[in-house]
Design a protein around this ligand. Structure first.
Ligand code: ADP
Ligand code: RBF
Ligand code: MG
Length: 150
């Protein structure tokens, strides 16, 4: 069974803000956080969970990404967040820069885990699945969409 989300593909952009400062980076998985206004305008049916798609910083290259939407049950957040991990090794941080994302598919619901290790393992699996999905020929034309900056 796969979940059908009518609002996909969903395109949005915003400035990268400081997140919870929990050191996602130290876990090998930095996540660029969107401001509240962007999170608040998400369509209802983009339920909390893990998504994949393409992302771009300013007018840079378009990379594969995974995104976590929700309250991070593992951390018991009280504020809903939208965190994007771009599947690329960057030399520098890009706080304050514009992040464009095309959210294309849904991977799984948000989960709680009994250890940080399990969370990290789940994220690694998400990244592998996302890479596989995002190589599919039918998704490549999205990168030419006028939504992305040139
Ligand atoms: P924060 O709690 O402030 O979000 P993180 O540890 O999640 O801190 O790090 C996120 C920051 O790391 C991003 O805002 C961005 O500037 C930088 N960064 C570097 N590489 C990446 C990447 N591959 N994906 C997402 N963010 C990255
Ligand atoms: N947090 C959760 O509490 N449960 C999850 O299932 C979960 N899945 C995630 C999947 C991906 C691909 C990413 C990038 C993050 C996920 N997170 C999840 C959010 C995670 O808790 C957050 O990025 C932390 O700040 C990591 O330290
Ligand atoms: Mg973050």
């Amino acid at each position: 069974m796969s979940t059908v989300i009518r609002s996909l593909p969903y395109f949005t952009k915003g400035v990268v803000i400081k997140g919870f400062g929990r050191g996602s980076k130290e876990l090998g998985c930095p996540t660029a956080n969107f401001p509240e206004e962007i999170v608040n305008k998400l369509p209802e049916d983009l339920t909390p969970g893990v998504y994949y798609g393409f992302a771009q910083i300013d007018a840079g290259e378009i990379y594969k990404m995974v995104m976590s939407i929700g309250w991070n049950p593992f951390y018991n957040n009280t504020k809903k967040s939208m965190e994007t991990h771009l599947i690329h090794k960057f030399e520098k941080d890009f706080y304050g820069q514009e992040l464009r994302v095309a959210i294309l598919g849904y991977l799984r619901p948000e989960k709680n885990f009994s250890s940080l290790d399990e969370l990290v393992k789940a994220i690694d699996e998400d990244i592998e699945k996302a890479k596989f999905e995002l190589d599919k020929p039918e998704l490549q034309t999205i990168k030419n969409n006028s939504f992305f900056a040139r």
